[in-house]
Design a protein around this ligand. Structure first.
Ligand code: NAD
Length: 285
């Protein structure tokens, strides 16, 4: 495995890149260039360092900092998602802690950033975490003990969904119903999502459901069953306590409006109805 540097050279210096390391001069917002670089160099992982980083300057230029550090990261993650690049290391900052109460600062100390720079770094942590959870859910194995399939479950049916089709990337994978822990019915889970306006962002033209609680057009629903096995143990421990395995209901909706393509993804623990991850990615159509 060998590194490739992608840098717009807005602050970086080309001569600092070793001669035997390829340098692609591009902004992380450049979808086409990143996509091309991923193909050209068979990139399988990204260490994300590109950012504006002057805390004082960020107070005077907050929009630039959000656009670069948050917008740029969404663009980068979008290309990675499209290209199925799943390994990601994010360079956060001590600025996420603000002025910590104690030193040394523990990893799980409260995040209390004190300037726009630190705030963009916190959002970056959220982005990395949410994208990570959402994508890992589509992890597939090569045997029939776990896998990822899409199911269209009509209203009124319960969690014992009938198989409809596999995602194209999951050829050869089947869903093993016997491996699934006990789950709530999908209808119950959706009632919980809609109950008492708990998740207003899931309702309306930019949500999963319309004002009546019916599915919005284009909503896809899926079930992931993960059982303990090589490579999945870590994922399961992130999802649930215990070793029985995990089942999640996953909702994905993509729509276009006013020149933008939006994709809303929601993952719900099917045993408790707890929302595990949401992400909304918007980009020019
Ligand atoms: N320097 C520190 O003390 C420190 C501490 C904690 C975290 N960090 C984080 O580490 C990362 C790197 O910091 P650094 O000190 O090496 O900064 P740096 O400015 O030296 O490096 C950032 C690089 O990213 C490039 N870049 C910026 N925006 C870009 C874009 N949109 N597209 C492509 N390239 C772009 C710049 O040209 C530069 O080469 C940053 O994310 C920063 O927030 C730095």
């Amino acid at each position: 495995m060998s590194p490739v540097v992608i840098d717009d050279l807005s602050h970086g210096l080309a001569h600092r890149v070793p001669e035997d390391v390829p340098l692609v001069q591009a902004r992380i917002q450049n979808h086409r260039a990143l996509s091309q670089a991923i193909d050209d160099y068979s990139i399988t992982g990204v260490i994300h360092l590109a950012a504006l980083k002057a805390a004082g300057e960020s107070v005077d230029m907050p929009l630039e900092y959000y656009a670069e550090n948050v917008g740029g990261m969404v663009d980068l993650l979008s290309v990675m998602k499209e290209k199925d690049v799943r390994n990601f290391v994010y360079s956060s900052s001590a600025a996420v802690y603000g002025t910590p109460a104690a030193n040394p600062v523990a990893e799980d100390a409260a995040l209390i950033p004190e300037n726009p720079y630190g705030q963009t770094k916190v959002v970056g942590e959220w982005l990395a975490r949410d994208a990570g959870v959402a994508w890992n859910l589509s992890w597939v194995g090569t045997d029939d003990a776990h896998g990822w399939v899409r199911l269209d479950v009509g209203a009124g049916e319960d969690g014992t969904c009938s198989f409809v089709s596999k995602e194209s990337q999951d050829l050869g994978i089947v869903w093993n119903r016997e491996s699934a822990p006990a789950v709530l019915s999908m209808v119950d889970v959706e009632d919980m999502l809609l109950a008492e306006g708990r998740f207003p962002e899931f309702v309306g033209s930019k949500g999963l459901f319309d004002a009546n609680g019916d599915h919005n057009d284009g909503l896809r629903r899926g079930v992931l069953v993960a059982v303990p096995d090589d490579g999945l143990t870590g994922l399961i421990s992130e999802l649930v306590d215990g070793e029985a395995g995990a089942t999640t209901y996953d909702y994905v909706r993509t729509w276009e409006a006013q020149g933008w393509e939006s994709t809303l993804s929601v993952a719900v623990d099917a045993t408790s109805g707890r929302v595990l991850a949401t992400s909304l990615i918007e980009r020019p159509a």
